[in-house]
Design a protein around this ligand. Structure first.
Ligand code: SF4
Length: 498
């Protein structure tokens, strides 16, 4: 494989297998990330860096950029935040190699997947040429596909589900079809918003259910952009064009934007409603709704469903802030910020291990005693997953002298794991999976606890309720996650060329 940038070991596929500690027992089904791509811009590597920076909230464990000069691809990726991975000298080396285009990725994973070899974009050479791939989502049939490939003699260099896409694309069955990428994507089940870089183009694709967002934009000075969230377009002054449609492949190249379908959209779409509740940047427009305004509506609706007398409405920073504004507005109770975040500690929810989560909470929040002492507080948060973080926050408020604590949550109880890209890990870890609301209230030691109803949540977003995924609340997974379908997608002669 041609390499023009001094690369860390993870971009050497053979070295990855050793340094990354490939362990199939750690092959987890949970990750969620941010993707970005630009074709035809003037400074594609720097633009990608900026686009990734704007999407840092979607993944804080690893970051990477792959670039094209029209003939060759190169890539650089490593563990860490975007600003840690990409220093000026690295970007200076990448930029001359990015004369045609670039794609990038911010990664988030569970503990099993939080290893260097999984940092994306994955860059591979196969019989059809070079390809780099960045993936947001989770493929529920990746294990089954991978087993078939391995039985046929293929070697995998990562523990990421994303690598099966490259193996599929490279397989003789797909390469013998008129449209290998479209053919490969038809074998995938689950959530995928994919951005693939080839020497002469970018291909962006979204699964037929539309689980994860993916948007197109245009740079003012020329250049086409694809990103997970519109906030990435805003920071580079790109004009939003439209979403990539479920089941669509969009090509960005010298010919502009071209569209084709690899599948009709699902009869019932599955837009992840949790993007609105927690994950997306409040400034983004996701699935047609501004996230900040949707969260404020959730708070208003929560106030109507679960009113309570109090002195102040307070958000759990930062995740509960938007809903708390809505709750305060609807209840006509003063909004005050009595829990102050340390802005230099990362979002606790996306740290990969329990120990890291707990220590981060203590570091992250300080309570303003003067606002809390002797007061009846409504604390608004976006969700409760394991409950550990919430319990510690409540303890801090009690220590500061809060008289009453009424906890209001702007989504229903999370009772089921997510198989489509969010780390709700195991059902046994979910505090609501085996407890009533009253039992959770007692566990958290709050005076009252109420969740937004599912009907209330879905009334705050614009599309037909049937077209949102709500599986973590309802268990309605849309596809059989226990018995994912695989077919004869694997050829006996498949080889990926390192
Ligand atoms: S299960 Fe929940 S978090 Fe996962 S895709 Fe569905 S709504 Fe989103």
């Amino acid at each position: 494989m041609t390499r023009r940038v001094p690369l860390p070991v993870l971009n050497n596929p053979m070295a990855r297998a050793h340094a990354g500690g490939v362990n199939h027992e750690t092959y987890e089904k949970k990750e969620k990330c941010g993707v970005f791509g630009v074709w035809g811009g003037k400074t594609n590597a720097y633009t990608t860096y900026t686009g990734l920076f704007a999407q840092q909230h979607r993944g804080q464990e690893a970051a990477g950029i792959a670039v094209s000069n029209g003939v060759h691809l190169d890539a650089y990726a490593d563990m860490g935040l975007v600003a840690d991975v990409f220093k000026q000298p690295t970007l200076d080396r990448l930029e001359p190699l990015a004369t045609r285009g670039a794609i990038g990725h911010t990664r988030y994973s569970t503990a099993g997947g939080s290893i260097k070899c999984n940092a994306q974009p994955l860059l591979e050479r196969y019989s059809g040429g070079q390809v780099a791939i960045a993936h947001n989502g989770n493929l529920v049939n990746a294990d089954a596909l991978k087993a078939r490939f391995e039985a046929a003699g293929s070697l995998f260099h990562t523990t990421s589900d994303t690598e099966v896409v490259i193996h599929l694309l490279a397989s003789p069955q797909q390469q013998s079809t008129p449209d290998p990428l479209a053919s490969a994507l038809r074998h995938l089940q689950g959530a995928f918003s994919l951005v693939l870089l080839f020497p002469d183009r970018i291909e962006a694709a979204r699964d037929p259910w539309g689980w994860r967002p993916l948007v197109l934009g245009e740079l003012a000075g020329g250049g086409l952009v694809v990103a997970s969230e519109t906030v990435a377009l805003d920071v580079i002054s790109a004009r939003f064009i439209r979403e990539v449609e479920p089941g669509e492949i969009v090509t960005l190249s010298a010919r502009g934007i071209e569209s084709r379908r690899f599948s009709p959209p699902s009869a019932r779409l599955a837009r992840c409603v949790f993007e609105h509740v927690y994950f997306a940047n409040p400034a983004s427009v996701v699935f047609g709704d501004n996230v900040q305004l949707a969260r404020e509506r959730m708070g208003e609706r929560l106030a109507a469903e679960a009113p309570v007398q109090a002195d102040y409405i307070m958000p759990m920073p930062d995740s509960g802030r938007s809903a708390a504004i809505g709750y305060a507005r609807a209840s006509c109770i003063h909004y005050r910020e009595g829990i102050v975040p340390n802005r230099y500690v990362g979002r606790t929810f996306i740290k990969p291990t329990q120990d890291q989560r707990v220590s981060s909470v203590r570091l992250k929040l300080n309570v303003v005693r003067e606002l809390v002492e002797g007061k009846r507080l409504v604390i608004v948060d976006d969700s409760i997953v394991r409950g550990t973080t919430t319990k510690l926050k409540v303890l801090q408020l009690r220590e500061a002298g809060a008289k009453e604590i009424h906890l209001r949550i702007s989504c229903p109880p999370i009772m089921h794991p997510c198989f489509f890209g969010v780390d709700f890990a195991k059902r046994s870890e979910l505090v609501a999976a085996s407890r009533t609301v009253e039992e959770i209230r007692k566990l958290l030691e709050v005076d009252s606890l109420a969740y937004l109803s599912l009907e209330g949540l879905l009334s705050c977003v614009r599309h037909d309720p049937k077209d949102y995924c709500t599986a973590c609340y309802t268990g309605d997974y849309r596809i059989d996650v226990d018995h994912p379908v695989t077919d004869e997608a694997v050829g006996p002669q498949l080889r990926i060329f390192g």
